[in-house]
Every structure is written in structure tokens, then in C-alpha cells.
Design a protein around this ligand. Sequence first.
Ligand SMILES: Cc1cc2nc3c(=O)[nH]c(=O)nc-3n(C[C@H](O)[C@H](O)[C@H](O)COP(=O)(O)O)c2cc1C
Length: 240
Amino acid sequence: MNLEDTIYKRQSIRKYEKSPLGPEILNELRNFISNAKVLNPDIDWSYDIVGPKNFRMLQRFKPPHALLLFSETKQNYLQNIGFIFQQVDLYLQSRGIGSCWIGAGNPKNYDNPNPEQKFIILMVFGKPQGEIYRERSQFERKIVCEISDERDSKLIPAQLAPSAANSQTWYFTHNDDGSYNLYRNKPKFRLNKKMDAWNQIDMGIALAHMYVANQETFKFSLDKPHEELKDKVFEGSFTI
Ligand SMILES: Cc1cc2nc3c(=O)[nH]c(=O)nc-3n(C[C@H](O)[C@H](O)[C@H](O)COP(=O)(O)O)c2cc1C
């Protein structure tokens, strides 16, 4: 399956086979990551692929691998990590490999190799136990009218994107020149003090789905003049 078709089938996988993936598959993954599109080329980031001894997570399930994600903390670095690694989530799932973003997790017995970059989040992956894909009717998502100022089927890839606790805090508006603005809803209350950061990662994840569905035309800009909206944070604009 290609990455675009995977948008309509993927789901977070929380049951894994114990056995690790082979070195060839991990090398292909490294190769995919080095060719993934970045949102902001001015930000240095890095990753490592580790086994169960080098990460811990709040939940009980036991994935055989994790990607530890690191970045410089400048400009839209959280968006940038979400954008790059949502392409990786789609890549893994397109190959029948299960994956799940894990906010509630950390490296363990692991020395950060580059103090210029901070640990941001992890993504676990491995052979899924059971069915990897789901049907479109099984996505629990807001309707497009709730996440946009207009009913617009071009936004369906973003509508289906994963987000922390399925919070879907994105909001899209349409500009007269055909471009879109992306806003993040400010939380009414905060369940978890990390939620603000996770929701910024979510913005990059939604943008990644818009990119994958419009690979030839997608262009992103962080600082176009825009309208301020009440209780929302401007996150950039894009054309598709
Ligand atoms: C930034 C981020 C953090 C997440 N953290 C966790 C987590 O700690 N544990 C977990 O089981 N799922 C986590 N998820 C997965 C979401 O719960 C999941 O994407 C969302 O409920 C939508 O479901 P879906 O991915 O199956 O479409 C996270 C997702 C994102 C984007």
C-alpha cells in the first residue's frame, strides 16, 4: 500500500509480537527517515532505534522497538518532529508494521548523545499481533465542519490524523488566495502538563497527512499575515 492510502487504514497498534524486526527492515526504515520531508530545514533533529531495555512507558504493552526522537528546541520544532515522524508512522503501517506515538514514555539507561538536542517523544513499533488496518467507519474523529470554517473534503486527510488522546485540536480556515491557515485550539483545561507540547506535535502530524495526500503541491509557511482567532494559536499556513 502507498503512504496516501495508508491514511485511510492506519490505527495506533498496542499489541505486538515479541520478536524483533530483522536488520534489513530496520535499515530500510533508516533509509526512509533520511529521505522524509522536513517542515523546517533550519532545525537539527535526530533519532535512535532502541530495544525494550532502552525505553520505558506508562502503559503495560511491550513493543520490541522504539524510535527515540530528539530535536533542537527552536522555532516550530515540535511541529517539525510531528511532520517528519508521521510520515514514518505511515511508512511503517504501509509495510504491515504496527506503530504508536507514545507521549507517556522516556528513554531508559540511555545517554543522550547530543546535549544540543532534547528528547521530545517516542514512537514504538514492531510486528502487530492481530489485524493492523481498520475500516474508515472505525475512525473516531470530529466531522470536517467542526475542524474547519467550511465543509471541504480536501481536509479529510488531516481529519483522520492521529493526535494525543485523540484530542484533534486543529482548526483550518480558508483564505481568498486558495491557501489554508492552521490554528491550534487553546485547551479549556489541561489534563496533563505535557499536553500543550503534544498538541504542537499533533499540528505537524495533521500537516504531514496534508503533505502525503498532496505531495507535488504542498507548501508550508510559518509567518504569512493572518487573522488572529479567539482561543486559538496560529500554527502556519499552507497551499495544496
Ligand atoms: C503526540 C501523541 C502522543 C500520544 N501518546 C500516547 C501514549 O502515551 N499512549 C498511547 O497508548 N497512545 C498515545 N498516542 C496515540 C493516540 O492515543 C491515538 O493516536 C489517538 O487516540 C487516535 O487513534 P488512532 O491513532 O488509532 O487513529 C499518542 C498520539 C500522539 C499523536
